[in-house]
Design a protein around this ligand. Structure first.
Ligand code: AP5
Ligand code: MG
Length: 221
């Protein structure tokens, strides 16, 4: 695969808080790859109070998965946009079930854009809980912060666009536990699925973000 080329086709998979969004943002800004986060798309739909947003919110607020049908349809639509063909993609948070993985295979076969690598980001549960309890996100541009490991320059406001920062509504301890349970129940099987397909690379995501970034680069070479 051409590193630095515009045609990387990757999935970042892993439990909540492992760093999928942080690493996707680094790849997007440094390599110009198009990133698609199913969670981010849902949050935008919720904010805009669309029908899809209202439906998704019922599940997201409890840490449950949004049903496969609407999720697959939403991601298929994005993947078919011309920019994806031009820039390649990183999928963050999709697929999360075997049904979604199978549907993705069909969509990508149709687009003649087969997956190159699935990067499984891995940390222990305690670190996840620690990271999520301190996470802050920008209400406008979605930039990610952490009051301990990546604080904003001005308390409570985004470095990039100056908008207020907020705690995500699904980052409550009980909901985090449910999201972890759902990961083990559904998404761990998707990790195995890609392992069996010979596409999986495992990366230790407990190191600092720059090191994780370098390790991902090494793993996809
Ligand atoms: P989604 O938005 O995908 O949430 P998630 O998978 O729970 O993951 P997070 O966004 O919480 O964590 P992340 O891995 O991106 O970590 P981050 O980089 O922010 O999904 C939300 C919900 O939408 C789901 O629960 C579900 O309801 C629904 N949904 C989404 N996709 C779906 C699908 N396909 N099917 C059905 N339903 C779906 O990092 C976390 C924190 O740690 C940050 O503060 C960050 O600064 C910090 N951090 C990151 N890396 C490091 C590091 N190396 N060292 C120190 N700190 C770090
Ligand atoms: Mg995320």
């Amino acid at each position: 695969m051409g590193l630095g080329s515009s045609t990387m086709r990757l999935i970042f998979i892993g439990p909540p808080g492992v760093g999928k969004g942080t690493q996707s943002a680094l790849f997007a800004s440094r390599m110009g790859i198009f990133t698609l986060s199913s969670g981010e798309i849902f949050r935008k739909e919720i904010e805009a109070q669309t029908d899809l947003g209202r439906l998704a919110q019922r599940y997201i607020q409890h840490g449950e998965l949004v049903p496969n049908g609407v999720t697959i349809e939403m991601m298929a639509k994005r993947l078919r946009e011309p920019e994806v063909r031009k820039k390649g993609f990183i999928l963050d948070g999709f697929p999360r079930t075997i049904k979604q993985a199978e549907a993705l295979e069909e969509i990508l076969a149709d687009l003649e854009m087969p997956l190159e690598t699935v990067v499984s980001l891995e940390v222990n549960d305690q670190l996840i809980v620690d990271r999520l309890k301190d996470r802050l996100g920008c209400t406008k541009c979605g930039e990610n912060y952490n009051s301990k490991s990546k604080p904003p320059t001005r308390d409570g406001f985004c470095d990039k666009c100056n908008s207020p920062l907020m705690v995500r509504s699904d980052d409550q301890p009980e909901t985090i536990r449910e999201r972890l349970r759902i990961f083990r129940e559904n998404t761990a099987d998707v990790v195995d699925y890609y392992d069996k397909a010979g596409l999986l690379k495992r990366v230790d995501s407990s190191r600092d973000p720059e090191q994780v970034y370098q390790d991902i680069l090494t793993s996809i070479k």
